[in-house]
Design a protein around this ligand. Structure first.
Ligand code: PLP
Length: 393
């Protein structure tokens, strides 16, 4: 049983969205390029399964965009992480250090293999607090799994130097960070592997899908083999390792290639959204907007804000209700791993104050690359209306 004091920090039921009005979804895919053309071509060619030219082209083009030598397409971001862990032989007894403030797929990828996610708190950038990593290292620690939350990169130098000092693997969860940069460098070149998601609400989408990238040729080969049942080269139906079927289809890759052609445009649209939101919202008392460190390119997958109930005059959940009544969809921030019912017993008694505050006060606003400037103004004007309404109460 999770005590009431903790349940009070966790968002309540979703507000009812008024869809009568010109409703603004929190996110929708942007498929205005060659997506339909390439999918039609794939169907016409009959290459609809897990081989075909779109898979090869998507992997090559995507690798180039994220600055990695090798890219292996898979069927989800979750399985990209799972596969990366399997390829690095993470198994029972191994510990993997990660932020508690992340999406559930991050710890699950380690748990599937019997390993133990070890948690750290977040910093002011909403990213894994680098200074807490060393304290959590034990003889069992095998890897660090940093997450570029909401599209802002983690402090790579700090993490890589700890990994080097303790001889740990680094698996970057870049599922929310297509196009993000660290000191003007794309993120694909750092660590042992980076994992991306192409779920419907991600910056690039294939419906469902994922990608593992690496600069390590041997590891790339192992990942490619493991994702395809670990078929061996010397004879067919001959398996020396426990393989998986995590293959992406050529149909999904056809969408992925079309999305990759518009990589810069899609990333830039998220940044433009963020600058417009920032401009409109910065003057409102009680709202914290996301930061961008001077070494970072934040791609603002989702534009998150924190609501200080005292200063704003309304709680985060009240503001979400106010917006939902007016046809504006939002989402709460992630619920930290140590508060998840599945994981609660495993971390009982551990507290992470920054992550808990993000969970209580955080929400993200509509963030699709299809949003217009007028829609962003409408969202911001509605937030201003809520603020003035709370002042008048
Ligand atoms: C979306 C996401 C995933 C999982 O990706 P799926 O493609 O939905 O399986 C993993 N980690 C983070 C941080 C994510 O945001």
């Amino acid at each position: 049983m999770i005590p009431k004091e903790i349940m009070d920090l966790i968002p309540g039921p979703e507000p009812v969205l008024n869809t009568n009005e010109r409703y603004i979804p929190v996110c929708e895919p942007d498929l205005r390029g060659n997506e339909l053309k390439y999918v039609t071509d794939a169907v016409t060619s009959t290459w609809i399964s897990s081989r075909g030219k779109y898979l090869d082209l998507f992997e090559q083009q995507f690798a180039k965009k994220v600055g990695a030598k090798y890219a292996i397409a898979v069927n989800s971001g979750t399985n990209a992480l799972y596969l990366a862990c399997a390829a690095l032989d993470i198994s029972a007894e191994d510990e993997v250090i990660m932020p508690t403030f992340t999406m559930i797929a991050t710890p699950n990828s380690v748990s599937y293999l019997g390993g133990k996610p070890v948690l750290v708190d977040s910093d002011i950038l909403w990213q894994m607090e680098g200074s807490q990593i060393e304290v959590k290292i034990t003889k069992k620690t095998k890897a660090i799994m940093p997450v570029h939350i909401y599209g802002h990169p983690v402090n790579i130098d700090q993490i890589q130097s700890i990994a080097k000092k303790y001889n740990l693997y680094v698996i970057y969860d870049a599922c929310e960070a297509h196009g993000a940069e660290y000191n003007n460098n794309p993120l694909g070149q750092y660590g042992d592997v980076a994992c991306y998601s192409f779920y419907g609400n991600k910056i690039l989408t294939t419906g469902e899908g994922g990608m593992v990238t690496t600069n390590n040729q041997e590891l790339a080969g192992k990942i490619r083999n493991l994702k395809d049942m670990a078929f061996s080269k010397e004879r067919h139906f001959w398996h020396k390792m426990l393989g998986y079927n995590f293959r992406m289809t050529n149909l999904a890759a056809a969408v992925g290639l079309a999305q990759t052609e518009r990589f810069d445009e899609l990333v830039n649209a998220h940044r433009v959204n963020a600058f417009n939101y920032e401009y409109e919202l910065r003057s409102i008392n009680g709202i914290t907007t996301p930061l961008e460190a001077n070494w970072a390119k934040n791609v603002y997958w989702m534009f998150g804000i924190l609501i200080d109930e005292q200063k704003f005059g309304m709680s985060r959940d009240e503001l979400r209700g106010f917006l939902a009544d007016r046809g504006i969809e939002t989402r709460t921030f992630f619920v930290p791993i140590h508060f998840q019912p599945y994981y609660y017993e495993q971390y009982k008694g551990e507290r992470y104050p920054v992550a808990e505050q993000l969970c209580r006060d955080g929400m993200y606003l509509p963030s699709s690359s299809l949003l217009t400037h007028q829609e962003i103004e409408r969202v911001c004007n509605t937030i201003k209306e809520a603020y003035e309404f709370s002042l008048s109460c």
